[in-house]
Design a protein around this ligand. Sequence first.
Ligand SMILES: Nc1nc2c(ncn2[C@@H]2O[C@H](COP(=O)(O)OP(=O)(O)OP(=O)(O)O)[C@@H](O)[C@H]2O)c(=O)[nH]1
Ligand SMILES: [Mg+2]
Length: 454
Amino acid sequence: MDIIAAISTGPALSAIGIVRVSGEGCFALCDRVFHPLSGRPFSAARPREMVLGRLLDREGASIDSCLAVRFPGPGSYTGEDCAEFHCHGSPVVLGEALAALFAAGARQAGRGEFTKRAFLNGRMDLTQAEAVIDLIESETAQAARNAVEQLGGALGRKLRTVYDALLNIASQFYAVVDYPDEDIPDLGREEILAALTRSETALTALLATASRGQVLRRGVPTAILGKPNAGKSSLLNALVGYDRAIVTDVAGTTRDTVEEKATAGGVLLRLIDTAGIRDASDPVERLGVERARLAAAEAELALLVLDGARPLTEEDREVIRIARAVPRVIAVQNKADLPRQWDPATLEAELGTVLSLSAREGQGLEALEAAIARLFPEDGTPRGEILTNARQAESLSRALASLRGARAALEDGLTPDAVLSDVERAMNALGEVTGQTLREDLTARIFERFCVGK
Ligand SMILES: Nc1nc2c(ncn2[C@@H]2O[C@H](COP(=O)(O)OP(=O)(O)OP(=O)(O)O)[C@@H](O)[C@H]2O)c(=O)[nH]1
Ligand SMILES: [Mg+2]
């Protein structure tokens, strides 16, 4: 494979920025652009040790004084000879360093190409490669911990156990398919049934984590609901930590829905601020109220905001009714900094604990965060075994359906080749997740998700 290079750190100004190179023959290429202060060529430097030197452009002028390190293959990230230049983190310096490497014969790496090479060279399976991007993109500590365990191979190991059991069954069946006069019972029909059932159980358990995985990855769709002026936009702003939505004392300020992510109680929320729900005469506001109802219909969590400084009204009753149709509801009595006009206990039979807070003053937010954390607890699934990836979940569902088909075929006494073809379909679907039977087009799509330089 040819030599690739890319800037691996972000585009912002920083103390250090890293340029990465990979490919057979890359050390000789690096010798042309990097001169160690020791006078000893970089290609002869000790592996995995930092070397101080000068990075030179094609005319031999200094670009930077930097550290370089080489990682000889096959024990490197990509499995090939690799090197990194730890430069001063100026985008200009990094751009020039990259240009010097190109001039010496490297080419720009594509998205995820380093990790793709690691996968193709057998340094990691596909679950690990995808964990790399999940780790980089993770937005909560929980998501990061799950990804790092997958990077360690937790998910891959689990799936390979299932794959191996199926391979075992398939190989027993090939014999029968080749010699059709033999009977399936000779193979240990009960044993095969048990292995199929065990595999089904393992996949079912994994797939059951997928909805939790979506919470980890995309956030809980959370509608902030309430009548006009209750303080919904103020609550959104308090949770995201800046003035995301317009707040005024005019009832009906928010018209369109406003969406923003925030973590609360360690849970990633996809917050949707909505127009205050009431019978609006203004046509624009009326459309906004429609959207609020739609957001409620699609939400997993409702943050129901009730104005504590005004008596409850018919409008509040309507909003309570809408919020209660959402799978989970947390009710808050807002404006706790003002004298309270109603007793939250009167709503507790309907709504559970009504939290008292002041969105404007930021009081009582810890209790809200704690309530959110209680609603979405870590469910004890070992880290690394939560499916966060929709593509993986889709492949595993197909594997499970085929396994069920194989078991039904066996139980109904169908011919061995009917059972075998279902088992093979299941293996193929599993292989799409581990990378054992991966199609070209799928590989391309997976690594497209990556950033350049990883
Ligand atoms: N005293 C007090 N005022 C608040 C509090 N939260 C919001 N307000 C005020 O209530 C008014 C309405 O706040 P918003 O956050 O715009 O209310 P909203 O529910 O988004 O209103 P609409 O968008 O019109 O539906 C503003 O004047 C806020 O400053 C609070 O905790 N205490
Ligand atoms: Mg608002």
